[in-house]
Design a protein around this ligand. Structure first.
Ligand code: G
Ligand code: G
Ligand code: NA
Ligand code: MN
Length: 252
């Protein structure tokens, strides 16, 4: 049981932390992008994962403030990695409600301008179901963000109900194929067919593909054969703190 007041004081006390999970290019193995994943370092209970508090933040509207914090932290980190000679794109997850926040594009633009980095260094991930909760408004918002130079990835692709006609009208740069199809694709012919067809569909629409939940070499090999662009998952690395991530990028 969690209270909104606890989330508010956690933000004020700076108890939220971003972890980062790398995405590897399939063509050359290079890691030039990561996904930021929020955690709550609670002084009494230890690490609390986002599944336990993002829902409350969304229901109460606090997700607006929380996402502002995530974006600020992600931009600061992208700037630090660039200054360190290891430029890395940082992806931030947006919730359905964030897409209704008219001030969001100017807020993100203000952050990247002040940091002195290009918008290209920040990727935005939005789930198919978040977009479909307000299709028209979400599309307008994504068009604004995309026109500013931020790239848009459709997250958890394949689990929502967007039509192909609607997908075509979105300013997306990439599809992230949901891990429920990817994880067991080496042992499940239907999953493999879904993943292969999704990659073909994405490429035919001019979109890049990212497979999430890659846990072993057999899946990597299949994805390589299918022409997937990027992979993310425990086979590459688990989410990690920023210092560990920096060492990981350097080592590669
Ligand atoms: O690694 P993991 O347990 O961190 O993530 C669980 C879920 O929480 C995923 O669906 C992920 O997209 C979501 N999530 C992680 N960080 C954020 C965030 O900063 N904002 C939002 N809206 N969702 C996040
Ligand atoms: O919804 P989203 O795609 O943002 O969720 C990412 C979630 O998946 C996070 O909880 C992250 O920690 C987790 N994750 C990342 N890679 C793997 C993986 O290879 N296998 C599994 N089971 N989970 C993963
Ligand atoms: Na995500
Ligand atoms: Mn996802």
């Amino acid at each position: 049981f969690m209270l909104l007041s606890e989330l508010r004081s956690a933000l004020a006390a700076n108890e939220f932390v971003l972890h980062y999970q790398p995405k590897a290019n399939m063509s050359d193995g290079v890691i030039d992008s990561v996904e930021a994943l929020i955690r709550w370092n609670n002084p009494r209970e230890g690490w609390i994962m986002p599944d336990e508090f993002i829902g409350l933040a969304e229901q109460t509207g606090m997700i607006g403030e929380l996402t502002h914090w995530v974006l600020k932290e992600a931009v600061t980190q992208a700037k630090a990695w660039a200054d360190d000679g290891a430029p890395t794109r940082v992806a931030v997850n947006l919730s359905a409600r964030n897409l209704l926040d008219d001030g969001l594009p100017d807020y993100i633009m203000g952050l990247v301008r002040r940091a002195g980095i290009a918008p290209e260094w920040i990727d935005l991930e939005v789930t198919e179901s978040a977009i479909m909760s307000h299709p028209e408004l979400s599309r307008d918002m994504l068009l604004r963000l995309s026109a500013m130079g931020f790239s848009i990835a459709i997250d958890d692709f394949g689990t929502g109900y967007s039509s192909l006609a609607y997908l075509k009208a979105l300013p997306a740069d990439a599809l992230k194929i949901d891990m429920s199809f990817v994880r067991n694709m080496a042992h499940n012919a239907d999953d493999a067919t879904i993943v292969r067809s999704t990659i073909d569909l994405a490429h035919n629409l001019g979109l890049k593909t990212i497979a999430e939940g890659v846990e072993d070499r057999a899946v990597w090999d299949l994805l390589l054969a299918y022409g997937c662009d990027k992979v993310q998952g425990y086979f590459i690395a688990k989410p990690m703190g920023s210092g560990e991530m920096q060492a990981f990028i350097r080592k590669k």
